[in-house]
Design a protein around this ligand. Structure first.
Ligand code: ZN
Length: 264
């Protein structure tokens, strides 16, 4: 009998008490990748085909290659993929409008197709374990890896009531997976959401900005000597990441950048 680990309720859906995504609690990696795969063969979370023995936990090589990557040219502020960027121009029109409080945001993927579906599933279908493969895939991108390297990653906080509803906080799960893999990175939960803002998905740019402008506050004093990178799963208008960056700066952080798995 084939059990799809990519479906919640099987081994693939376990979380430890720290909210860490990925593996059955307490089982060593070698056991997971060996015996468990024999007992519960896994399917690719993108193609649905059986895994082909590649480096991923829940992706086949074909599935991983379907994640649409962002290449240059891109906006040097928000990472927006930008065809036909004119020489000397570094910001897209959205950033000239937003004036983000972060220095630079970098995203690995476009939030379309397989990347969009995987992130959506990670977020809304109780599948935080997908963050591990998404983080690995994102860090294969040299620009993204260099952008995170040596920084303190600060997840965008989800309001307590929403985190409790969902059972986990997807930005924290993503930031934690990235911090474990990116060179010289650590994780610091330095932000708190002070207002339970309505969901952003149906709002326009200006509304999103107003919606989150005062929604965050720092929980402590950030180390002014280090570079902080605020992390979210998806950057849409940049308003949330900018509001978080502003809260960190107000609390004393000097260098604040941003990153998300996907832009869209
Ligand atoms: Zn931009």
């Amino acid at each position: 009998m084939r059990v799809r680990s990519a479906t919640s309720g099987t081994f693939g859906g376990f979380r430890d008490e720290s909210g860490r995504a990925g593996e059955p609690a307490g089982l060593p990696e070698a056991l997971d990748r060996g015996l468990l795969d024999l007992l519960l063969p896994r399917d690719c979370a993108v193609t649905g085909e059986p895994l082909d023995g590649g480096p991923w936990r829940h992706l086949s090589e074909v599935g991983a290659n379907r994640l649409t990557r962002i290449h240059d040219p891109r906006c040097l502020r928000c990472g927006h993929p930008y065809e036909g960027l004119l020489a000397g121009e570094t910001e897209c029109p959205h950033c000239r409008d937003l004036r983000p409080a972060f220095g630079r945001a970098v995203c690995a993927f476009r939030a379309v197709g397989a990347a969009r579906r995987l992130i959506h599933r990670m977020k809304y279908s109780d599948a935080p374990w997908l963050a591990e493969d998404l983080a690995d895939a994102a860090l294969e991108d040299e620009v993204f890896r260099r952008h995170l390297a040596g920084s303190v990653l600060v997840p965008v906080p989800l309001h307590g009531s929403r985190a409790a509803e969902r059972g986990y906080d997807q930005a924290l799960v993503v930031a934690r997976a990235l911090a474990r893999r990116a060179p010289g990175c650590s994780l610091a939960r330095l932000l708190r959401r002070t207002q339970d803002t309505p969901t952003q998905t149906r709002l326009g740019r200006a509304e999103r900005r107003r919606n989150v402008a005062a929604a965050f506050t720092a929980t402590g004093r950030p180390d002014a000597a280090v570079r902080h990178v605020v992390v979210d799963d998806v950057l849409t208008t940049g308003a949330t990441l900018s509001a978080c960056a502003r809260a960190l700066r107000r609390a004393g952080a000097r260098l604040v950048d941003a990153a998300a798995l996907a832009h869209g």
